[in-house]
Design a protein around this ligand. Structure first.
Ligand SMILES: [Zn+2]
Length: 266
């Protein structure tokens, strides 16, 4: 590959939903597209591991697949594909949503998606998958008071560790919204890292120690566009990073709608 190396490479592909069902938005990847992407990465010699294994790996071809929100469709559609290649992934669970539908989401058209239930989560762990915390109620915590941060970040870890007897090493910040306070509380709570989306500034400098950058995979991504998200040179990585930051910006609308819905429900 030509060009300058990135200061911080992206080694993580983050999905949300893998489903045949459509919704308003871009977070659903069709199972056939998911299969093509995984087959392509395997053919290209990437080694796909859990986030904890990746965290301690220096190998450039070692990457991880994550799923935010812990949807049931991950078990139904993504798990069988990954199982075929013996690939473990990491799934981030919203503790209050286990076995329930996604009522926490802004959900403009009212299309519901179910979350993984306890037995499905246990099955994934049994198959070598890692689980992480995506907080208690998927709230944007940027302006939350310290007690709420400690509760969401610390309690969700404890809850998942007790329920599934599995070490919780990573927190995925809801909406990928991270600041220094969130990073600090993740560290104090015993997480190895806090996952967010790759900010533009990381194209030119190294990452904070426990900040784990990722790039999302969305509807319309091809195997080739997915591989570009793993590029080691700044020029190739720049476009997927810009696109990610535009998507993050649009997500602010979801946060506002969710806030209004919560206020109206009070
Ligand atoms: Zn999420």
């Amino acid at each position: 590959m030509n060009g300058r190396r990135t200061a911080t490479p992206n080694r993580i592909l983050n999905y949300h939903k893998v489903d045949t069902k459509k919704e308003l938005g871009i977070t659903v990847v069709h199972p056939k597209a998911f299969r093509k992407q995984v087959e392509f990465l395997v053919r290209k010699g990437y080694r796909l591991v859990t986030l904890s294994e990746l965290f301690f790996s220096q190998d450039e071809k070692t990457i991880a697949i994550c799923f935010d929100d812990g949807y049931q469709n991950v078990h139904r559609y993504a798990y069988p594909v990954l199982k075929q290649f013996n690939i473990p992934a990491t799934v981030f669970i919203i503790t209050s949503a286990i076995g329930k539908s996604n009522d926490w989401d802004a959900n403009l058209l009212g299309i519901k998606f179910m979350h993984l239930d306890e037995s499905e989560i246990a099955e994934l762990i049994g198959a070598g998958w890692e689980i992480g915390s995506h907080g208690i109620g998927h709230r944007c915590l940027l302006n939350a008071p310290v007690q709420e941060l400690e509760h969401d970040i610390g309690q969700s870890k404890e809850f998942l560790e007790n329920k599934f007897q599995s070490q919780i090493n990573f927190y995925s910040a809801p909406f990928g919204k991270i600041n220094n306070r969130i990073l600090q509380i993740c560290q104090n709570s015993g997480y190895l890292g806090c996952c967010g989306f790759y900010p533009i500034k990381l194209l030119h400098r190294p990452c904070e120690e426990n900040y784990v950058p990722r790039l999302g995979v969305y509807m319309g991504d091809t195997p080739q566009s997915v591989e570009k998200k793993l590029a080691l040179d700044v020029q190739t990585l720049k476009w997927p990073v810009m696109k990610q930051n535009f998507i993050n910006f649009c997500n602010n609308g979801t946060i506002i709608v969710k806030g209004i819905k919560e206020k109206l429900a009070l």
